[in-house]
Design a binder for this molecule. Structure first.
Ligand SMILES: *Cc1c(COP(=O)(O)O)cnc(C)c1O
Length: 397
């Protein structure tokens, strides 16, 4: 997945152009900047690549989720449905605005189970937020139908699946709003950064203002701009955006490499009986950043995970025991351990997750292993790895 593996001349040259003018901020300083607007340039390129009307850059993927929710009018006490298998950023972005994260089971797509989503809807539900984990997507058509039926927003977290598609549309562009992360370990990186994409003018305007203290960005004098509503600072810097300008141009090259490596590994273990693969919804194309597969039982998955690591097959993950990606270890959320006082809405409405039954998620995640697909492997390394994976797996099947 990580674009940082292929950090090269085009990234350096983009950053150098920013350093040459010395204008590190995305707004203002028109006289000094030599007509160079890296953040704007990246927003245009991203919207064009994703086929959306708009893109708004922000400082991180977590900020993108927060700003996307705020831009669509989500606030205190609103319930947002998120999967049990995700990154902690999902509930952080929701809690940050006083809204309430409602965890929902995942199925064999390793993303939101549409049946569980419909069951979790209450009169307070505002948003369904699928997270396209490990390069593949949720059943977006089913989720969109639910959103239409109950008048809910569909906000896609495509942070781990940039470049994948569903029903011919780039992931992130199918819902009302889509979010990307460009942190250091994502498929393409800015160092730190994130983006929101949308076709809705109003959301774009809100995101633009909100992520810069409420500035309306009218005229040429920042100090004289007005503030139609309260905002915050989630700005990206020109330096980070410059790295992204180079990386976005290489996205399709990265996807091709990922697909090639993924296919070699998959073909090597596919014939083994007992290995099955995560379900990709019909009409979906992965971005191939991970190869995720199921083993017949939880104990087997645990043993295989250990054996892979002992055999030197690195970068494979057993999410069931992971501190950051699966609900079982989120005791800080379960216990609402926070530095300061939380909003009443959150305290009153957050379900008691210590008593929750997510056995349906456990059935899938307990048997899942995901192996990261690296860009920097040589062909020989990929084939070696494929051989090793097959040898290790066949010992347990
Ligand atoms: C990385 C990631 C985020 C958050 O991105 P940051 O840029 O690190 O804040 C959100 N959701 C998912 C699924 C991610 O993988």
């Amino acid at each position: 997945m990580p674009g940082f593996e292929l950090f090269g001349e085009s990234e350096k040259s983009q950053v150098q152009q920013v350093l040459d003018t010395g204008v590190l901020m995305r707004y203002g300083f028109d006289g000094m900047r030599n007509n160079q607007w890296k953040a704007l340039e990246l927003e245009k390129a991203l919207a064009s690549r994703m086929g959306t009307k708009h893109a708004q850059l922000v400082s991180s993927g977590t900020a993108a989720l927060t700003v996307a929710l705020v831009s669509a009018g989500v606030g205190a006490g609103d319930e947002v449905l998120v999967p049990t298998f995700t990154f902690v950023a999902s509930f952080e972005s929701i809690l940050a605005i006083g809204a309430v994260p409602i965890l929902v089971d995942v199925d064999d797509t390793l993303t939101l189970d549409p049946i569980a989503v419909e069951k979790a809807i209450t009169p307070r539900t505002k948003v369904v937020m699928p997270v396209h984990m490990c390069g593949s997507m949720a059943d977006l058509k089913a989720l969109k139908n639910i959103c239409t039926k109950y008048n809910l927003l569909l906000v896609e977290d495509a942070c781990q699946a940039i470049g994948g598609s569903y029903d011919g549309k780039p992931l992130g562009s199918y819902g009302d709003l889509g979010c990307f992360s460009f942190d250091y370990v994502k498929t393409i990186t800015c160092g730190e950064g994130g983006a929101i994409i949308t076709d809705t003018d109003e959301y774009l305007k809100n995101a633009d203002h909100y992520s810069d203290h409420g500035h309306d960005h009218v005229g040429k004098d920042r100090g004289a701009e007005t503030h139609p509503f309260l905002g915050y600072n989630f700005r990206i810097s020109e330096l980070n955006a410059a790295v992204g300008c180079a990386q976005l141009q290489r996205l399709d090259e990265f996807l091709e490499i990922q697909k090639k490596h993924y296919t070699i590994l998959r073909k090597s273990i596919e014939p083994l009986s007992g290995v099955t693969f995560r379900r990709v919804p019909i009409g979906g194309v992965e971005n191939y950043s991970f190869l995720s597969f199921f083993l017949p039982r939880q104990e087997v998955a645990e043993q295989v995970n250990l054996a892979l690591s002992n055999a030197g097959v690195d970068a494979c993950f057993y999410w069931f025991d992971n501190n950051w990606h699966y609900y079982r270890k989120w005791d800080h959320l379960t216990n609402l351990t926070s530095l300061g006082k939380l909003p009443q809405e959150v305290i009153q409405q957050l379900p008691d997750y210590s008593k929750a039954d997510f056995s349906k998620s456990d059935e899938w995640i307990g048997r899942t292993i995901s192996c990261l697909i690296k860009l920097s492997w040589t062909e020989e390394q990929v084939h070696n790895r494929a051989q090793k994976m097959r040898t290790v797996l066949s010992k347990f099947l």
